[in-house]
Design a protein around this ligand. Sequence first.
Ligand SMILES: [Zn+2]
Length: 172
Amino acid sequence: MEPNETSSILSLEVTQEQKEAIYHFFAHNDWEFKEVQIPPNNDQNRDDSGDGDYFIEQDDKLDECLYCFCRPCITNERNRQLWWETDNHREHERNSQLRKEKYKRFWTNLFHRGVWKDPRYLEQKHEALRRDFRGGKYIYHRRDLMPKCVIELVRHWYPNLQDKEYMGHMWE
Ligand SMILES: [Zn+2]
């Protein structure tokens, strides 16, 4: 590099062999370079504990959902996420596990909208936990109650076999 030339950081994901080839190429040209340590990218390891501290604003012009307190409802098409189903699945035994996965994701969506901290929700949760102190009566994720709108949509995507009752009642 010429003394007056400005430098920038270029990061590449390479194999050991490629790395050595690059070093050789630099050495061959008599170029100097400085290695910069980049902290590992933790994005992939991030779970849904809600560490991402961003906040998604509600749209004040729209009606608030009675169940999830979102404007519009968290299950409204406008809130569609990549992991949303486009088709409903067939009734199946394994669907209960698949529903759980979706509840988890909705939990995170609601977290980012501050629903789990809404005083109205907290009051309802308090009341529900009092009535359901053994658990099992409602559908929870991380001790938060899934709102009716979410449960309805997710059960639509992954229905139970016809003669099989759903676990947990809807919290209304
Ligand atoms: Zn809703």
